[in-house]
Design a protein around this ligand. Sequence first.
Ligand SMILES: [Zn+2]
Length: 412
Amino acid sequence: MSGNTEPLSPRAKLAVTAGKAAAAVSRAAGRGSGSVIGGKVALRLDPDLLGRLAQHLDVILVSATNGKTTTTRLIAEALQASGPVVSNALGANMPAGITSALAGGSDARYGVIEVDEKYLSGVARDVTPKAIALLNLSRDQLDRAAETRMLAEKWREGLAGTQAVVIANADDPLIVWAASSSPTVVWVAAGQEWKDDAWSCPSCGGVLQRPSDDWFCGECGFRRPAPSWALSGDHVLDPHGSAWPIHLQLPGRANKANAAVTAAVAATFGVPPQVALERMYAVQAVAGRYDVVQFQGRDLRLLLAKNPAGWLETFSLIDPPPTPVILAVNARGADGTDTSWLWDVDYTRLAGHPISLIGDRRLDLAVRLEVAGLDFRVCESVDEAVRASAPGRIELIANYTAFQDVRRRVGN
Ligand SMILES: [Zn+2]
């Protein structure tokens, strides 16, 4: 045990109890797990509750545009080698959801917490984390590059002087800019596939030079820091130069990068890379993502892609043609209601795959694919799209609410 082991005050206990009651009422009313409403009620009764719940924990915060839910899960898995872990495993990543998750973990040693990008600085202030993992920043929904730059600036101000060890991706210039104000940073060369939001220097606005795996600003000298950990093909290189093989059930390069960051975080808490990597292998799916479900005699793999960088990473991990692909796009509140981002995604990567389109905005997607010169079929439902696809593996790629719709329909 670390830190303060004092029991919760009567007020904090009352807040936790009231939060649990509110969550139970919400569940009974059929409104999901109730964790967010429970957390809101509890925070209303005790605004300092989040900090109090975190007092007896070694807290690790994880934030990014993409991969934070998966990396949170990998870190939670790895740290269980060293003690019990409480985590917001289902991705409720704003203060109310985080409070609710921590309230259920009074016996834990570690709190592994995914944090929405906009709340990182505030949550870091409240919970005094031991470590903060920062993976990547790119535009999400309708955010444009300037807003991503502002977010990096907010992180930079919020993390200045933090006591936490910051574990940060050296290959993402915005992440480096954000993390550079922290006194202790462990740099991980985790790669960056999507570079469209990182051509201008976060420090001076100059044009970044990008020779092979390096980057630097010719104007002000801001440059890629020397990493102590690295992802190299299918291996993690540790600070001593040892290479540890990555075996994951989760697919794709992005998840190998998540594993490299996880190994660096685990080492900060004394868990050696080989132990951490072994434990990561146990993770098959994360909140339904990457799950393969049987549906109408096919094996449907469920993939989530929420923004241009996410779609690009997902195209790189699907099985080659002629594996059928179903694309599902909605534009409801949680997705962003504007679909202009479709034009930022290079769909020609799907050439050769039989493609079916579903979701509220399938016609927007159809226009986009028509212009890209691809063949496709527009379907009314996931059932119709699956029936129209050859038996065997089908890759289904969906944005946020479309993903939830599909999960409900296919019983996952
Ligand atoms: Zn510069």
